[in-house]
Design a protein around this ligand. Structure first.
Ligand code: HSE
Length: 333
């Protein structure tokens, strides 16, 4: 991680001194939610969705340092202290890397998605913040340069700096993290008509804890099954073969453990598959679950059925239906 940051320090061009970034300049940025792991690709695969997502409003001030003046939509769960908040810490590290650590910034974070949902909530906030500062400074270098700073945000949020949420939030689309040391991230194609149905059951599954329960050692037979599936999924994405994508999305390593944290996980899978899902699994570390479908109507039928089931067992839920988002973060104004 440190090495990556050192390399990136060298590669980022000094932002323009005129133009963007003057006192009073401001920007409002949206960054999307993401589905990490994509069932078989623990910590290495992820994709972005159109909604939900988070918004950051960033203004340049004349007082050195970062202030988080407002957070909405978090029920008071996120820290305003700039040394503890994932957005300000990652932005500060980026500023340090380009020699602008004394820049004054006021940040508002508007959470438009649930925290602890398995939909990359902290990633959406962090990426929105980093994209905002990049925009304000007119830094048009490849977004890959800010990925390590976004990963730092994940480390603060859950104790581990994985990239399978932040990379798709930053680039949009489907992303493979081929390697962490050195960081090597590959954007994958995907069939355009793939839809994603997401249901977020209202139960608490903190990522930090969901990572602690995973086995550290795996046996060779399971490893062979898993890497066959990952290769099958990536091949299916390149070939546009939705059947291959569906039959490759099987996880023998993580899902058998984490599914215990999700109410009626296997029942929900059965229901989704009966309604025509291509595949079904846990989104990120859960508790959200997702299904791929071939069309929007099937995705909506699945969310409706699963939410009804959760209501019957007295668990509240939210749902989202989206194609894969290829745009990543965007400037709203
Ligand atoms: N790959 C991560 C995990 C995603 O499953 O723990 C959640 O942040």
């Amino acid at each position: 991680m440190e090495n990556n940051i050192q390399e990136i320090k060298k590669s980022i061009l000094a932002p323009p001194s005129g133009g963007g970034g003057g006192v009073g300049a401001s920007v409002r940025v949206f960054a999307p939610a993401t589905v990490a792991n994509v069932v078989c690709g623990f910590d290495v695969l992820g994709f972005a969705i159109n909604e939900p997502g988070d918004e950051v409003i960033m203004r340049v001030t004349n007082k050195p340092g970062i202030v988080i003046s407002k957070i909405t939509g978090d029920d008071g769960r996120l820290p305003l202290a700039p040394e503890k908040n994932t957005v300000s810490v990652s932005v500060q590290q980026y500023l340090q890397s380009i020699g602008r650590a004394d820049m004054g910034l006021d940040i508002e974070l508007h959470k438009k998605m649930p925290i602890g949902s398995g939909l990359g909530s902290s990633s959406a906030s962090t990426v929105a913040g980093l994209f905002a500062i990049k925009t304000l400074l007119g830094d048009d270098t490849d977004p890959i340069n800010i990925l390590p700073f976004a990963m730092k945000g994940e480390e603060i949020a859950c104790g581990h700096g994985h990239a399978d949420n932040v990379a798709p939030a930053l680039f949009g689309g489907f992303v493979l993290v081929r390697s962490y040391e050195p960081l090597d991230v590959i954007r994958l194609p995907h069939p355009k008509d793939l839809y994603c149905a997401i249901v977020f059951p209202d139960v608490d599954v903190p990522t930090r804890e969901a990572r602690q329960i995973i086995r550290n050692k795996i046996n060779m037979k399971d490893a062979v099954t898993q890497w066959g599936n990952i290769a099958g999924l990536v091949s299916g994405l390149f070939m546009g073969d939705i059947d291959l994508i569906g039959r490759s999305m099987q996880d023998v390593l993580v899902e058998p453990v984490r599914s215990m944290l999700i109410p009626d996980f296997y029942k929900m899978r059965e229901m989704a598959m009966e309604l025509g899902a291509v595949s079904f699994g846990i989104s990120g570390s859960g508790p959200s679950v997702f299904a791929f479908t071939r069309d929007e109507a099937t995705a909506r039928a699945i969310t409706q059925k699963l939410q009804q089931h959760l209501t019957n067992i007295k668990i509240g839920s939210n749902s989202y239906v989206s194609p894969i988002n290829d745009g990543g973060p965007k400037v709203l104004e």
